[in-house]
Design a protein around this ligand. Structure first.
Ligand code: KG4
Length: 339
């Protein structure tokens, strides 16, 4: 029997989850979105301060939900990276303090491995598998030949797709985070605006979003200068078609080239309705199974961190109390944390 308490604080959600032999006993998420909304993006300094204020409340609420005390916990897991440095530090200091106080192992978890393993709450992994990791901070294609075996085969050369959604939403006057509002407006729009299909250079499975972002911003500004009204629905649709098509085409190319049995979607942008629809229909009769995460685990949470931590607990992947955060930690280096 192993009871794991996991902490996530890499961006704008403070989260604590507790699992007992894989069973999710508690899943608490305190989101800061309403605070950052006013700024049109995450303010790192404010985010760290709010994590500091929220962490103890989340901890005690999770323990209440699980009907457990801190002394019942067998290991403390935490997101070590990637993420915002000050935010990561809050979670790490909390986890280190608890591990030291209760003399229990400290488990360092990679945030994107968490997003991938969130899918285990809904399906069983079959390898080789392609993970389409699309979030506010990352856009990468990862091949897994076995559990905890990650090979990055493609990634963005500049902005992440979620970041691009957020910037485009901002220029269109839509609220932060911009993914859902654009997704909703796109449903009522037509693809009428001509936007360039980004070229990510040599990498067959690589992405690029900064050119697309700049094109939308320039087009909106020039229409405004000419006094031509911008049709938000049509702009959202035109943008979404290009942004998501790139994810779909690159993912399918990698999936067929690597002969995968399964594809999993991971990260905030995996909530996108057009991405889900396109992946489902394009994979129909392909022999490749698709796992689509439920909406609750597309955004940041600690249940996904606990899922990875359970595997690491079994393998005894524990970190020393000198552990530091790594804002740029690569997923294929998930087991390198004491250098
Ligand atoms: O995974 P996440 O919380 O961020 C990181 O951990 O980096 O994802 C947040 C991102 C935001 O950029 C948000 O706009 C985007 O996910 N997002 C969406 C949708 N819902 C959230 N993007 C496109 N369509 C959506 N429905």
């Amino acid at each position: 029997m192993s009871k794991i308490l996991a902490i996530e604080s890499s961006c704008d959600e403070t989260a604590v989850a507790i699992t007992d032999d894989g069973k999710l006993l508690a899943n608490v998420v305190a989101t800061q979105i309403s605070v950052h909304e006013k700024f049109g993006g995450v303010m790192p300094e404010i985010a760290s301060r709010l994590h500091t204020e929220n962490i103890s409340v989340c901890l005690s609420e999770a323990l209440d939900q699980a009907k457990l005390k801190l002394e019942d916990i067998d290991a403390f897991a935490v997101t070590r990276g990637p993420g915002l440095i000050g935010c990561l530090h809050v979670g790490l200091q909390a986890a280190k303090t608890l591990a030291m106080l209760y003399d229990k192992p400290l488990i360092p978890v990679h945030h994107l491995a968490g997003h991938i393993y969130a899918n285990e709450y809904v399906g069983e992994f079959k390898f080789p598998m392609l993970c389409v990791v699309v979030s506010g901070g990352n856009t990468e294609l990862v091949i897994m030949k076995d559990h905890m075996d990650f090979e990055i085969v493609g990634e963005t050369k500049d902005d992440a797709v979620g970041e691009c959604y957020d910037k485009v939403a901002r220029v269109l006057g839509l609220p932060y985070p911009g993914g859902l509002p654009i997704d909703q407006h796109a449903k009522n729009g037509k693809h009428t605006y001509d936007l360039p299909i980004p070229n990510a250079g040599a990498g067959k499975y690589d992405f690029s979003y900064s050119g697309l972002k700049t094109s939308v911003i320039n087009l909106v500004n020039s229409l405004k200068m000419k006094g031509t009204p911008v049709n938000v629905d049509d702009m959202a649709r035109s943008f979404q078609d290009v942004a998501i098509s790139m994810v779909v085409e690159k993912s399918l190319a990698a999936a067929f080239d690597y002969g995968v049995k399964q594809i999993v979607l991971a990260g905030g942008v995996s909530a996108n309705s057009y991405l889900r629809e396109q992946m489902k229909s394009r994979l129909d009769n392909s022999g490749i199974e698709l796992i689509i995460p439920p909406l609750w685990c597309t955004t940041d949470n600690a249940a996904m961190i606990a899922k990875v931590a359970e595997r690491l607990y079994e393998k005894k992947v524990f970190a020393p109390l000198t552990l530091g955060v790594d804002p740029n930690w690569k997923i294929d280096h998930w087991d390198k944390f004491d250098e």
